[in-house]
Design a protein around this ligand. Sequence first.
Ligand SMILES: [Zn+2]
Length: 198
Amino acid sequence: VTARNLRAPFLALAAALLAGCADPAHTPQTAPEPETAAAPAAPPSHGETAMPAQPAPSGKVVKSDAEWRKLLTREQYHVMREKGTERAFTGQYWDTKTAGTYKCAACGEPLFSSDAKFDSGCGWPSFFKPLDGLKLVETKDESLGMARVEITCAKCGAHMGHVFDDGPPPTGLRYCINSASIELEPSKDGAKPADPAK
Ligand SMILES: [Zn+2]
């Protein structure tokens, strides 16, 4: 047996393993529903205030692939869950100048203010920074033969777009975001964007 003969099956196995874990966002749909969980055995010890049910401590929004498919439009699903890119100059917000707050179209997390939106000429909504204090997840993306930094929603993992370092002052950054990934909530007075602190 030559080394060459041994190598081919090994590579096939490695490729299969890599393919199996390439996209952790696509979780199996077999997770049990929480409604069947048993009631807590003991009453809460901090009973002085009755608090409403809280989301998971991490604050993350986790849904099955089937749930996302139901919740999102076809294009939103393609962009946000399959990391697709809408065609330039076709999205809903590439040329929008309305004041307001852009939220994640999947989970509603406020992401960008219209104050930070600028006309980049690239055909996608572009921002020079996210909302103050907001953490977006940045991941190296070397697909399509380009070295880019992918941006995803920290709360639900939805693909947003990419961030480049050719933006305007003060940050020099350009968050190039798909319209399909965001939803504009116009500010109430039509002039000032919503205060993210509220
Ligand atoms: Zn989100």
